[in-house]
Ligand binder design. Structure first.
Ligand SMILES: Cc1cc2nc3c(=O)[nH]c(=O)nc-3n(C[C@H](O)[C@H](O)[C@H](O)COP(=O)(O)OP(=O)(O)OC[C@H]3O[C@@H](n4cnc5c(N)ncnc54)[C@H](O)[C@@H]3O)c2cc1C
Length: 709
């Protein structure tokens, strides 16, 4: 099969060829006669751009992470100042545990760009407190970990995935330790294993209450020492670069914006790993740092990747409530400070502001009930009593038994005049973890060729409807590792040339806009961002209803139209990009995915609780899957320039090719956003939506077939 795709002056032929001895076929990109030979000969993929950098980096001394990364930044941005396109074997988007762990492995086989939107350590990983779960004691078993995960996931987990993760977990922990991560040990000299809610054994490996920071430190140090890995910090991934091969979408890299120099940098890569973490920031109160704006999920959605289970947003019951602190922080925090559930596990008791213990009224397990149950109970107390926070008290424990396991929490309290040893801690629930994401097969593969996912951005089937505590770092470690082999295979059989970089129109920074217009756009965007967060909290929070979800749908769509109209009135053009605008676009996308998925689930399961369908229903035990953006790929025999698709950057309303509201919500009238009512919907009227329930296994089999044929 050959598909000819016009690309500037050259043509590329996409062929499916047999791979000898493997009994399988693989799609490969082969330069046509006009280009072949010279390009293959002259351009060494692995070292084309990176050779100079390698020479520069030889001088690095093993100094602390921050200094090292600063030196690296100087090198990358100065030496490549005129180079707006970079070629790598592997592009890794995200520098949390998933991205870094993967980068370290694939670097043994080619050049790697790690692209990250802020400082390299800024990630959810860096904030993880409790630890990583793994079966590491003789009294524990993989079977027990599997069962705990499936029960927590409300039986929506993919059992094969759960088994794989629980089986491979211990080896992944040993590898981390070999790389220099240091975890707490007990008096017997063995790893100290903590126990958390939902786990029937002690199996949480931890570094005090700063486990994520230790993992990030160890991995980042290893990455910065690796001459094959190049860190591009302050590079915001804007969109994946995709093209169409018959009915398959192929990923060939990513466009980024260097937010320090305001340059658009294009990365062309044989393989791309999306490891961009979660989307907690779509809620106003979240434990996630500002980088967690759901960019990866939105980019993947625009690139036609399958997205799944977005209704399952985990709210952590106990984040520090600033309103209740003796000394108020001078500046509002960007992300809420987490009070790990190990505090409840260690005997912490929840009280309302009248010092009435309320958990036993709701659940016989009291404070040790599951995370989602505790979050709902706190939510109920706050609403009924019209209060802003509840209190978590651990003061009945001896002082040293509080300070030893929770030094970080104690220190944070002291900053604001709170001594947690004699005083209760003010807490509120906060958005914490996104169980849904880009649907992945057992090797991190997606339905987009050349695009792999790992970590929180992925929906592997491990968490089902609710994540078991400490299973996410584990999932990231396991899938980052599993994605390595198929990535290398894909890389070996891909050959791209320089002309690839001209296939897509380039996004541009808004240099033509006056600073006054830019300031107004920024102010408007910040305001709209807050409004979306507030809608999500009010209508798509811990306890949901169909009416509230429909209201959210209505408000979000109207707000998005208003925001886009404003930008275009101010002179914004369709190809323009900026940090806030790109994040805002992704915010809208993720918010709509959560709402449409929540509307699709007519039952209460795991993290999704709706008063209109309060019970579990066996017939609904299926993952949700919102409609994809471009349902009909171009016909093979009629290749047209549109078959090379840069995922559309924001465009004016008349010509906008972005994802219309109707693609999330059928029946939505694009031309009359004001007249759409909460009940505007498809043939089913109220509650109609584009989200669908699909069996997990069938879909994944399809993904695996694609990757291995
Ligand atoms: C406060 C807190 C405590 C937690 N505690 C635990 C725990 O005890 N145990 C556990 O298992 N899990 C815990 N979690 C969850 C866990 O930390 C995360 O799920 C996990 O670290 C995700 O890793 P990741 O590599 O997928 O993503 P992240 O660590 O979030 O990394 C994502 C990376 O992608 C980058 N990025 C995002 N968008 C872009 C873009 N557009 N362009 C370029 N780069 C981009 C970010 O800057 C970041 O570097 C906790 C989370 C939080 C917030």
């Amino acid at each position: 099969m050959t598909t000819c795709i016009p690309a500037g002056s050259g043509r590329l032929h996409c062929r499916v060829r047999d791979i000898k001895g493997q009994g399988c076929r693989r799609t490969s990109w082969i330069a046509s006669v006009a280009f072949s030979g010279c390009i293959q000969k002259d351009f060494s993929w692995s070292h084309g751009v990176s050779k100079f950098l390698q020479i520069q980096r030889c001088n690095f001394s093993p100094s602390p992470i921050n200094e090292n990364s600063k030196t690296l930044r100087t090198v990358t941005s100065s030496s490549l100042r005129d180079d707006s396109t970079k070629f790598f074997d592997f592009a890794v988007i995200g520098s949390g545990v998933a991205g870094l762990r993967y980068a370290l492995e694939v670097a043994k086989h080619g050049s790697v760009a790690v692209i990250t939107k802020a400082e390299p350590h800024e990630s959810n990983t860096n904030y993880a407190q409790g630890g990583v779960s793994a079966v590491l004691s003789l009294s524990d078993s993989v079977e027990s970990h599997v069962q705990d995960t499936i029960v927590a996931g409300a039986y929506l987990c993919d059992e094969e995935t759960v088994r794989v993760v629980c089986t491979e977990g211990p080896e992944r922990i040993r590898e981390l330790i070999a790389m220099g991560a240091s975890f707490d040990h007990g008096e017997d000299g063995n790893l100290h294993l903590a126990r958390e809610g939902g786990h029937s054994h002690h199996r949480i490996v931890h570094a005090a209450d700063m486990t994520g920071r230790e993992i990030e430190r160890a991995l980042l140090e290893a990455v910065l020492k690796d001459p094959k890995i190049f860190m591009f910090e302050h590079h915001l991934a804007i969109d994946l670069l995709t093209c169409q091969d018959g009915s398959d979408t192929v990923c060939l890299g990513v466009d980024t914006l260097n937010t320090e120099t305001q340059e658009v940098i294009r990365f062309i890569s044989k393989v791309t790993l999306l490891a961009s973490g979660g989307a907690g920031q779509i809620y106003p109160t979240t434990t996630n740092p500002p980088v967690a704006t759901g960019d990866g999920i939105a980019m993947a959605h625009r690139a036609q990747a399958v997205i799944s289970n977005m209704e399952f947003v985990q709210f952590h019951p106990t984040a520090l409530a600033d309103e209740g602190l003796p000394v108020q922080p001078t500046k509002a925090r960007e992300n809420a400070f987490l009070i790990t559930e190990a505090v409840r596990g260690d005997g912490g008791i929840l009280y309302n502001l009248d010092m009435e213990r309320f958990m036993p009224l709701y659940d016989e397990r009291a404070e040790l009930a599951r995370r989602d149950v505790v979050a709902r109970c706190i939510d109920d107390q706050l609403k009924k009593r019209n209060e802003k926070y509840v209190l978590l008290d651990i003061s009945h424990k001896p002082r040293e038994k509080i300070l030893s396991p929770f030094p970080n929490i104690a220190a944070e309290g002291l900053k604001y005049g709170l001594d947690i040893t004699p005083q209760p801690i003010p807490v509120v629930p906060a958005a914490h973890y996104m169980c849904g994401g880009v649907r992945a097969g057992l090797q991190g593969e997606t339905n987009v060729q050349g695009l792999f996912v790992a970590g929180e951005v992925a929906c592997t089937g491990l968490h089902g409807a609710n994540r078991l505590a400490s299973n996410s770092l584990l999932e990231a470690l396991v899938f980052a590792r599993r994605a390595v082999h198929p990535s290398i295979e894909h890389m070996k059989f891909s050959s791209l040339d320089f002309s690839t970089s001209d296939w897509w129109a380039r996004p541009a920074v808004p240099v033509s806009l006056e600073s006054n217009a830019i300031e107004k756009i920024l102010a408007m965007t910040r305001e709209v961002r807050k409004e979306v967060q507030s809608i999500m909290w009010k209508y798509v929070g811990i306890v949901r209803s169909t009416t509230r979800l429909e209201t959210a749908k209505q408000k979000i769509c109207v707000l998005e139209d208003k925001w886009e109209d404003y930008l275009f009135q101010m002179g914004w053009e369709p190809t323009m990009v900026g940090l806030e605008a790109c994040e805002m676009r992704n915010f809208f996308c993720c918010a709509k995915l959560v709402v449409s998925s929540a509307l699709a689930r007519h039952e209460s399961r795991g993290l999704h609780y709706t008063i209109d369908f309060p019970d579990l229903e066996e017939s609904k035990r299926l993952p949700t899957q919102p409609a994809r953006t471009h349902p009909s790929p171009p016909r093979e025999e009629d290749p047209s320039p549109s078959s090379l698709s840069l995922c559309p950057v924001l465009q004016p309303q008349e010509t906008r090719k972005g994802t219309p509201a109707s693609s999330y919500f059928p029946g939505w009238d694009e031309s009359k956003p004001g007249v759409n009512t909460p009940n505007s919907g498809g043939p089913e009227g109220v509650g109609a939506f584009s989200g669908q329930l699909r069996p997990f296994h069938d879909e994944r089999k399809d993904l695996r077939t694609r990757i291995t044929i």
